[in-house]
Design a protein. Structure first.
Length: 273
């Protein structure tokens, strides 16, 4: 049985499905079929990015399944930061996706060496004011960059997408984001598979008669995050969405909290300037 994931309400009142299908590294010539399969399996949220090179395929899938069935997120790449350039690039993403309005638009990285994030955010605020996007946010903004953005933003970001999984929880950044009303989205929510073999996770999975991935995704959802698992395996895509009715106990949640080990699986954001 496919169970829809929970929803969260962003700080501007927009509702976002709490479990999304991420298409990072899904090839452009395969992404349409994968997204269509994900939606058929119960996903209502698809996360892509300009840098992934597969927005057109995501757009084709959205047209095939029906726009009303998909909350779509995309992201602005570093080389297109700046006020005018961000506005132009947004239109390119909107054209590739084939939608009138993008649900969530994110600055992919702060790119601190460019020092263009503040004027880029002004462009995002204009897109939001014009109704071209339903919500705006950021991704990979470390503590000092998010702090600085919050000091100059007229519109507080609705979402902060960062790497979060049991062995890399970014607790300080998570807390700062939540304190200012940002919903935290977890990419690599399973630690790219590295956290699935933890004895704490496998023990909880056995106790509930579920898969380890379900345990970790349930932990994200119960801790109030959006989770964005990605897979190119149809069976895995369909399986992940079935976490919706799994509820972990307080002790089980605490046990997973205790797995923090500072184990980043992606590259440090300072390499993306």
């Amino acid at each position: 049985m496919t169970v829809d994931a929970r929803d969260l309400v962003l700080n501007n009142g927009v509702t976002i499905p709490q479990l999304g299908y991420g298409v990072f590294r899904v090839p452009a010539d395969q992404v349409q079929a994968q997204v269509e399969h994900a939606v058929a399996s119960g996903y209502r949220h698809v996360d892509t990015a300009q840098a992934y090179g597969n927005e057109e395929g995501v757009g084709a899938a959205i047209r095939a399944v029906g726009r009303e069935r998909v909350f779509v997120t995309t992201k602005l790449w570093n080389s297109d930061q700046g006020y005018e350039q961000a506005l132009r690039t947004f239109e390119e993403s909107r054209r590739r996706l084939g939608v009138d309005q993008i649900d969530l638009y994110l600055i992919h990285f702060p790119a601190p060496q460019r020092m263009l994030w503040a004027e880029t955010w002004r462009a995002f605020e204009k897109l939001y004011a014009d109704g071209a996007v339903r919500a705006i946010g950021v991704s990979n903004f470390k503590f000092p960059y998010l702090n600085r953005l919050l000091q100059v933003a007229e519109v507080v970001p609705a979402v902060h997408q960062i790497e979060v999984h049991p062995t890399y929880q970014q607790a300080e950044l998570d807390a700062l984001s939540r304190a200012h009303g940002l919903v935290v989205e977890a990419y690599s929510p399973l630690g790219q598979g590295t956290d699935l073999t933890s004895p704490a996770v496998t023990g909880i999975a056995a106790a509930h008669g579920v898969e380890p991935a379900h345990v970790i995704l349930a932990w994200h959802l119960q801790r109030g995050r959006v989770a964005l698992p990605t897979s190119q395996k149809p069976a895995r895509i369909a399986s992940n969405i079935r976490v919706g009715d799994l509820m972990l106990t307080a002790d089980e949640l605490t046990a997973i909290d205790g797995l923090e080990a500072g184990l980043r699986t992606g590259e440090d954001i300072e390499t993306f300037n």
